[in-house]
Design a protein around this ligand. Structure first.
Ligand SMILES: [Zn+2]
Length: 437
């Protein structure tokens, strides 16, 4: 659901991608900070030996792309990590490409065997595919003293359900593979086909335009994601950039890395970068599509905030009930709230208040309320940005399941269940539906 084509057409039609993301404040780093203050950035390269394999079927072409990418990495002294799709290593010529990566002193990680889409694959089959990728790469690396330390999820899709998420995490832990997150998600892969097509038609001008657009798009992603990470942690955060081993990279990387150096980055290896505490937590983020680690962390924090806000709202309601203030109690309901009970359904906050007033005419009738919350589920979905990134949308609703108890000094307590649906307008939560029985 990432539409690089959309991004490309936006830019080629004259709309600058730079205007589509929030402008980043110019920091000291923008004007060239001293090396000591430079931001560490890990460059990761997916889909080795060569990405978009259908566009690169002949061996000399694959070798040319590989040689050129490695030359650029060496020129900038970048300790990149490459991620192999083992099912794409089809023979000695492909193994020779990996030999080049290894000879350049670069680490190789596992990107599965078949590049499967976890949310659409039976979890056991997915785990077996990940293991097949690991085993193939391990057998290749071990004679040279290397080992497989990192795993990169294909499409950055880590699971749509808790079951998928946990099963794969468990398998990775059992085989000592650490998940390599991405903080700067990019769409470089989507420029590959237009670039290769232009080059093969001898259309150098279009090829140059596509490469220039790709570069600007990546720069915009760098600015956007760095600002997001820094906002989350209140300090300059180290970054992990996602690139692919493709031909458009041969026309883009040198300028990209020069720009990164100029705006205050320092290329760092995986051990240094992953040591930073920002990478200690792995958000339990369940979604159909993949996204940047920062988006996952931001979403997790928003969900926690949602649960806190709603728990606080309900606690305030309970306090109001217990001091006999039904008007304050029902102020948590939306103007057009619906209230369902075994005796029927009423509409509107005033009707809810009237119903309560008839049933509980005084403090003695109201007793003491206790509400135990069993779960609060935020409601949200993935959205697609103008740049073609799938990102978690804002949490705009929540449902709450709980148990209520009314206790009295002189009679038996009453108890039941409740299910609330809440909606958010701005930062204010209101109950839009209440089913209590
Ligand atoms: Zn991939």
């Amino acid at each position: 659901m990432r539409s690089g084509a959309l991004l490309l057409s936006l830019i080629l039609s004259g709309t600058s991608f730079l205007f589509l993301v929030a402008p980043r404040s110019v920091t000291g780093a923008e004007s060239g900070a001293p090396a000591a203050a430079a931001r560490p950035i890990l460059v990761t390269v997916d889909d080795l030996p060569v990405a978009s394999p259908k566009l690169h079927t002949d061996a000399p072409d694959r070798e040319r792309v590989t040689r050129r990418l490695l030359e650029i990495l060496a020129r900038h002294r970048i300790p990149a990590v490459g991620f192999t799709i083992w099912g794409q290593v089809k023979g000695p010529a492909d193994a020779a490409l990996l030999d080049r990566w290894r000879a350049a002193g670069l680490e190789l990680g596992n990107h599965s065997f078949g590049h499967l889409d976890l949310p659409r694959t039976p979890v056991q089959a997915y785990v077996e595919d990940v293991e097949q990728g690991r085993a193939g790469l391990a057998a290749y690396l071990e004679p040279h003293g290397g080992k497989v330390r990192y795993f990169r999820f294909p499409y950055l899709r880590e699971g749509e359900t808790a079951e998928q998420w946990e099963a794969v995490r468990q398998a990775l832990a059992a085989s000592s593979q650490r998940v390599m997150p991405v903080t700067i998600d990019t769409q470089d892969w989507s420029f590959e086909e237009p670039y290769v097509t232009a080059v093969r038609h001898g259309d150098d001008r279009t090829a140059r335009d596509v490469a220039a657009t790709c570069l600007e798009a990546i720069k915009a992603e760098v600015r956007h994601h760095e600002e997001r990470g820094d906002d989350l942690f209140g300090r300059p955060t180290p970054q992990i950039l996602l690139l692919h081993a493709n031909a458009v990279g041969t026309a883009v990387w040198d300028d990209l890395f020069t720009w990164l150096e100029r705006v205050g980055h320092r290329f760092a290896g995986p051990d240094e970068v992953l040591k930073d505490p920002v990478f200690a937590e792995e958000p339990r983020f369940f979604a159909r599509y993949g996204c940047s680690l920062w988006d996952r962390i931001a979403h997790e924090r928003e969900a926690a905030q949602t649960r806190d806000d709603i728990a606080r709202l309900i606690a305030t309601q309970v306090e109001a009930w217990n001091r006999g203030d039904l008007a304050a109690f029902t102020s948590a309901y939306a103007d057009d709230a619906s209230f369902l009970s075994p005796t029927g359904m009423v509409h509107g906050r005033q009707a809810v208040l009237d119903r309560y007033t008839i049933r509980y005419p005084d403090k003695a009738a109201m007793g003491t309320l206790r509400l135990d919350l069993d779960e609060i589920r935020p409601v949200w979905g993935m959205e697609i940005t103008a740049g073609g990134d799938a990102v978690p949308g804002r949490i705009h609703g929540a449902s709450v399941a709980g148990r209520w108890t009314l206790s009295y000094p002189d009679k038996e307590q009453a108890a039941g269940r409740t299910l609330l649906v809440l909606s958010r307008a701005g930062n204010r939560w209101t109950i839009v539906q209440d089913a209590s029985m």
